[in-house]
Design a protein around this ligand. Sequence first.
Ligand code: ARG
Length: 466
Amino acid sequence: MGLVKMSGHLLWGGRFRSSTEEAFAKLNESLSVDFRLWPYDLRSAKAWATVLARCGVLDASEERLLHQGLEDVGRRLESGEWDAADDEDVHTLVERLLYDQIGEPAGKLNTGRSRNDQVATDLRLWCLDAVQSVDAEVAALGQALVMQARQGIDLVLPGYTHGQRAQPVRWAYVLLAHAWPLARDRARLKDVADRASELPLGCGALAGSGIAVDRELLRESLGFRRLSPNGLDATGARDFVAEFLFVLALASTDVSRLGAELLTYASAEYGFVRLSEGYCSGSSLLPQKRNPDVLELTRAKSARVLGDLVGVLTVMRGLPAGYSKDLQEDKGFLFDAVDAFLLTLPAIRGAVAEMTADSGRMEAALDHTLLATDLADRLVSAGVPFREAHGLVGNLVQAAETLGRPLTDVPVETASTIHPELPRAIASLGTWVDSIERRATAGGSSRESVEVQIDHLSREFGLPAG
Ligand code: ARG
């Protein structure tokens, strides 16, 4: 097998007699995945240099040199002006470039520090930023839904359960039903950030650092809320990754449900909404097609994110406390999920913001059986116990079906034989909106309830009052 001499820069190797096998080097490298951690690796390295100086490991000029060197490494990485070499991972790359910049003093930076506490710290810092990016995009989708809800407050359509028409509702009410889960997802993201905000640095490889660094100072300078209380836990824990992935999986599931519902409504059969062309694609064969790919891909991306969650949990299960190399696999799943969701959100947000609702098609889908519950409620007001009223209106539905007439158009004689109060109840039903307004309880589809929800969610998603 081929032996490789790695980049010439390795963070280990003193106890080895021979070079690395090429096949193993390829398996072992993680730079292709973890390169994006470099800004965080530099940030934590600078904080580390400061505490090393505080406890006398570095003198003031060495501290300055390291800081300067790390700044320069950052500039090189930013501009792409660095020579690629087969570095094992991002930590190796940063250290090699630091040697390039400042020579031998670079070798002091890793005093008392291990890649185990280092990568756990970098990854937590990365997650904290990623949570914010995801949160901002989730809020933006929430805004688009609320804006559509403001415009759709007077549009009435059937509300569905079991895929069957159930009761008339406002279009705004349906849209808000997809906005509320996003508000809860944002609360979950906040929790993720809180628990991720625990600093591993200073825990060494597992058992704490042999150098008496001031971890509290490290915590403060890196902006963490707490210190991790146990080094073996801190270096081996990836529950913050799993938790973030769970929230991503759930949030992308919530968004996929929105996509799936809009997909139904965008079909010619329903025709309740029309997507703007910019979010559709055509067919290579069928000239007439205008496919709502944005909704289908939104639905599918959630499968990918869920797979990433399962992947990480599967890697974690069975591992003892402390760092195992298995944990290097965490980043591929995490980055994939965040990338996929951040790719999806702006597209679905744009599609939602630009879609148009067809009030005519919505209204055409309403039929009078949607008022069956209203009729039962009327009989209840006339003193009939609800269960009995339910059965009587059921009889009326059956009679209407047999006669092939709308529920509200059953002959008075037929209705009154079912119950003498029924004709009066039918006559007093009023419009679709009257039916909706009868459901004025908090959380209902009445105008007032929907307005309260719009106000609440506008604040939640940072929209100015409309
Ligand atoms: N690339 C590694 C990872 O992402 C860094 C930690 C390596 N630690 C070690 N003891 N080899 O997990």
